[in-house]
Ligand binder design. Structure first.
Ligand SMILES: [Cu+2]
Length: 121
């Protein structure tokens, strides 16, 4: 192989390495949930209350559970998850791709006053 074709090959390899690296850099967008210590439950993206998310996009739900009295559940099309349970305090995270529709999040023992929702479309 000539010196010229070698450098051409190196250039091609460098280019394809860049193409491969790009998707890995796109981390899921973080959606932050909190529950407790009082009767409060929140879900925010970039500091703002979540009202709508995009279908088919990967989101990282990071839930901070601040009380053993509460849990954090997410229910909607294709999803029925207890992200943090009763007795648990601390943070858990899960990456989810949601489908089009209406989703609810709530604390099961106190679902009357600890609940919220958002749309996915
Ligand atoms: Cu609760």
């Amino acid at each position: 192989m000539s010196r010229k074709s070698l450098s051409l090959l190196a250039a091609v390899l460098a280019t394809s390495a860049l193409v491969v690296a790009a998707p890995a850099a796109a981390a899921p967008v973080k959606v932050a949930g909190t529950v407790g210590p009082g009767h409060t439950i929140t879900l925010k993206l970039g500091g703002k209350k979540v009202t709508k998310l995009k279908a088919g996009t990967a989101y990282r739900f990071v839930v901070s559970d601040r009380s053993e009295d509460h849990d954090f559940r997410l229910v909607g099309p294709g999803v029925n998850r207890v992200i943090t349970g009763e007795e648990f305090t601390g943070t858990k995270s899960v990456v989810l791709k949601l489908k089009k529709g209406a989703y609810r999040f709530f604390c099961a023992p106190h679902a009357d006053d600890m609940r919220g929702g958002f749309k996915v479309g």
